[in-house]
Every structure is written in structure tokens, then in C-alpha cells.
Design a protein around this ligand. Structure first.
Ligand code: ATP
Ligand code: MG
Length: 439
């Protein structure tokens, strides 16, 4: 037997309704904010991520699924969605006047990172993300954060919290970086191995460390806020004012830094406060990346975006016992009794499907008793039965299972107008309502 690869998941039919539910709500909300979907390839040139996410980031140094293809190209399975979207933006010149400005896009799909798998951390996982390209208006920061917040509210998530920070512009971050090096250097020996490595390469990342001893030093480390220029502070204040207007709760945390190199100014994370999903409590992260488009060969177009980890979100829906509608309803089940009736059953099941109802029948020669079990499992609405006697008289037994109401209907009539029959016999209003919705 060959098993799935470590860190990957199969999504089985019995759990797919959760995915559809979340995806549907996402599409509805994202489209109400006037975002359009974008789909980019699953693999890209390694160089794209080195140049954007950063040479010293965990993603590039440790987590990348990269390989050479048969044409000797250096390729990576995408570890995140922003760099590919920006690549597409530059490549297709989406900054041009013939495209909506700013460009507002969302994406959903698998990302790949070579990590130590655990609950809420896989090697292939799904992200739902958005990007806004072409403006540094702080309203975009606020409204995009509001979008993530609305999405979680709509799903009914509890105990979530927005943490907000500003990383300022490059020069400010450089000054801050030096201050961090000066602060941590005397304690170098006491820091975790990871943090020792980070000290000169990327000291901001130490702030992100999950190591307890590191965190003890982080507590008193200098804060970025003191290094922000007036312009950066002004931007940051405006974002906060707008979130206040929208009554979206948040907390400023000067120690959140995000793991990717391209961020500047506003960054944020959305965290679950109860430890329902354990250490993996960040369900959304994002921020502003005004230099990235230029860095990837495009014009000086600012950007803002976020990504949500869908597996973590689904774990959380489970943990918080949030009810998700079951999809597997069967409108019609056709039961043929005896070999002779099979042809008629086939015609009936197809007629039902062609009217837009979900319909099924037995393919395994199951006993009537076990077919009834199936019917119960799917919460079937209508049961159509044909046996020898019905065949002879050219009729079908129709039973509305919720009430037990049963009628005999002529085969010609039902084939002629499948839905009309139920209406005329005023049997199953729910089936009829579904069909005539919007009439
Ligand atoms: P973490 O600190 O948990 O590793 P991250 O900072 O690497 O997260 P981002 O790159 O910001 O994560 O990705 C955004 C979101 O994607 C995360 O908040 C998380 O919900 C999800 N995510 C990231 N890596 C994984 C993974 N390996 N498995 C499942 N979800 C993930
Ligand atoms: Mg990570």
C-alpha cells in the first residue's frame, strides 16, 4: 500500500462540505468588497521567492520545496501567494489604465512548505488571501483588515483578536534593526540557536521567536514605534482611526514583525485567544508591502494583503463547535423492485436529475431494507418506487418521506413534467420551492 506523503491531507467527501461552506462565504464577502479572483501557477522560479520573501527568511532558507526540472530550471512549489500575484501583476501589466485601479484580487489554493507537520501545520496547506495593488491609501489597510474581520465574524468565530503594528519604511527599519542588534548582542550566548543565527541576518525575527528564554529578552527590547518617522506614524494613526470608526477591535503590539521580508508600515495578525488550536494560533497574517512590485521589476506600485490558513480555520470551526450545514441532501431516491423495473428506474432517476434535483438509486443489488438505510443517511425527501405491479399499470409510487404522505402517479405524467407532478399533487413543497425559487 502506498500512503499519502507526510504533511499532506486527503479531504474526504464526508468533510468537503466544510470546505465548500468556507469557500462560499469567502467568495461572497470578498466579492462584496469588490475583489476578483486570480489564479496563478502552483510552481514558480525559485528566484521569485528569494527576491521577495527574502534570502534569510525561514520560508526560503528552510521550508522551500525546490527542485530542478528536466530542463535544469530552478523551480519551487509556491510557499505563499503574494509573490506570485505580484509577478502576474508585473508580467501582465495589470497596473495599466485598462485595468481597475487599484487592483483588488483574492486567491484560494494550496501552498507548500517543508515544515515539521503537526496539528494546523502541514507541508501542503491551503491559503485564502487577498492583495490590493496600486495605492498606499491607509483606507485600504483599514478596509482590508475589516474584510478579514468580517469574514471571521460571518463564520461565527469567537475569541479572535487583531494585533496591529507598523514596521515603518526601510530606513526606519534599518535604524531599528541596529538598535535590536545592539540590544541582543550582549545576550548572544543566552539566546536560542535560531535567534543567534538571526541576530545579524535578520534581528527582527528574534521578536517572533517562540523560544521561552528568547521571549524573556524580547520583553524589554527596544520597540519599533520609537523609530517611526512622522509620515509612518501618520499613516499608522489613520489606519487606527478608521478601524475605530468601523468599531473593529484591535490591539497595537510593537513586537509583531511577520516572517517575510517584504513588509513595511502596517502589519497585522489575527490570533485565536483560547488555545483551541494549540500553538498554531495565528489564523491570518498580512500587511503593507510598498516596495515589492518595484523589487520584482514593476513600477512603484504599493501593495497590501493578507493570507488566512484554511486548515487552521477549519480546525477552529470544529473546536468552537460552529455548525456547518450538511450538503448531502438527496431530493429523490428511486427504488426499483425486481430486475424488470431497472429500465424504468433509470429513466426516472435521469428525469429527476435533468430537472435540477439531486437523485440517486442502488447499484449494488442491495435489499430493500438496506436501501432504506441509505435513504435515511442522506435525509432523502422523495422516494419513488417501481415494482412489478407498478410496471404493469404504468405508475410510480411517490412518497414524501418527511410526512409519510404517499401517492400513486402515472409514469407518463411524471416523465412529462417531473416537478409539475408534485405541484399538482401538492406533495413536497420543499422540492417545489427549490425548483421554483425566483419565479
Ligand atoms: P507560523 O508562524 O504559524 O509558521 P507564518 O508566519 O509562517 O505562520 P504566513 O506565511 O503569514 O504564516 O501565512 C499565513 C497563514 O497561513 C498563517 O497565519 C497560517 O494560518 C497559515 N499557515 C502558514 N504555514 C502553514 C502550514 N505549514 N500549515 C498550515 N497553515 C499554515
Ligand atoms: Mg511559518
Amino acid at each position: 500500500m502506498i500512503n499519502k506523503m507526510k504533511g499532506t491531507e486527503d479531504t474526504l467527501p464526508i468533510e468537503i462540505n466544510k470546505w465548500h461552506y468556507v469557500e462560499e462565504i469567502a467568495r461572497d464577502i470578498f466579492e462584496s468588497y469588490h475583489f476578483s479572483e486570480i489564479r496563478t501557477p502552483m510552481f514558480e522560479a525559485v528566484e521569485l521567492f528569494k527576491r521577495s520573501v527574502g534570502d534569510t527568511s525561514d520560508i526560503v532558507t528552510k521550508e522551500m520545496y525546490n527542485f530542478k526540472d528536466k530542463g535544469e530550471r530552478e523551480i519551487a512549489l509556491r510557499p505563499e501567494g503574494t509573490a506570485p500575484v505580484v509577478r502576474a501583476y508585473v508580467e501582465h501589466k495589470l497596473f495599466g489604465p485598462e485595468f481597475p485601479q487599484p487592483l483588488k484580487v483574492y486567491y484560494m489554493g494550496p501552498m507548500f512548505r517543508y515544515e515539521r507537520p503537526q496539528a494546523g501545520r502541514q507541508r501542503q496547506f491551503n491559503q485564502l488571501g487577498v492583495e490590493v495593488l496600486g495605492t498606499s491609501n491607509p483606507a485600504i489597510d483599514a478596509e482590508t483588515i475589516a474584510l478579514a474581520w468580517d469574514f471571521f465574524q460571518e463564520l461565527g468565530l469567537k475569541n479572535i483578536k487583531i494585533y496591529l503594528n507598523s514596521l515603518g519604511k526601510t530606513a526606519e527599519r534599518h535604524a531599528y534593526r541596529q538598535a535590536l542588534i545592539d540590544y541582543f548582542e550582549p545576550h548572544l550566548e543566552e539566546l536560542s540557536e535560531d535567534s543567534q543565527r538571526r541576530l545579524h541576518a535578520n534581528p527582527l525575527r528574534i521578536l517572533d521567536s517562540k523560544d521561552e528564554q528568547d521571549q524573556a529578552f524580547v520583553k524589554d527590547a527596544p520597540i519599533i514605534t520609537e523609530f517611526l518617522s512622522e509620515q509612518s506614524l501618520n499613516h499608522f494613526n489613520q489606519v487606527q482611526e478608521m478601524l475605530d470608526i468601523l468599531e473593529i477591535p484591535y490591539q497595537v503590539d510593537p513586537y509583531i514583525v511577520r516572517g517575510l521580508d517584504y513588509y513595511q508600515d502596517t502589519i497585522f495578525e489575527i490570533i485565536v485567544e483560547d488555545d483551541s488550536i494549540g500553538a498554531q494560533s495565528t489564523i491570518c497574517g498580512g500587511g503593507r508591502y510598498d516596495g515589492l512590485v518595484e523589487q520584482l521589476g514593476g513600477p512603484n506600485a504599493p501593495g497590501f494583503g493578507f493570507a488566512i490558513g484554511l486548515e487552521r480555520l477549519l480546525l477552529l470551526l470544529d473546536e468552537q463547535e460552529i455548525e456547518i450545514p450538511v450538503e448531502d441532501n438527496l431530493d429523490v431516491y428511486v427504488m426499483a423492485i425486481g430486475q424488470e423495473a431497472q429500465g424504468t428506474a433509470l429513466r426516472l432517476v435521469q428525469a429527476a436529475r435533468q430537472t435540477g434535483l439531486t437523485a440517486d438509486r442502488d447499484y449494488l443489488d442491495r435489499s430493500i431494507k438496506s436501501q432504506f438505510k441509505t435513504i435515511g443517511k442522506y435525509q432523502t425527501k422523495l422516494l419513488l418506487t417501481v415494482g412489478e405491479d407498478e410496471l404493469e399499470r404504468n405508475v410510480v409510487q411517490v412518497k414524501y418521506l418527511a410526512s409519510g404522505q404517499q401517492k400513486e402517479v402515472s409514469m407518463d405524467e411524471i416523465m412529462d413534467d417531473f416537478i409539475g407532478v408534485f405541484r399538482r399533487h401538492t406533495m413536497d413543497t420543499s422540492v417545489i420551492d427549490k425548483f421554483f425559487e425566483g419565479e
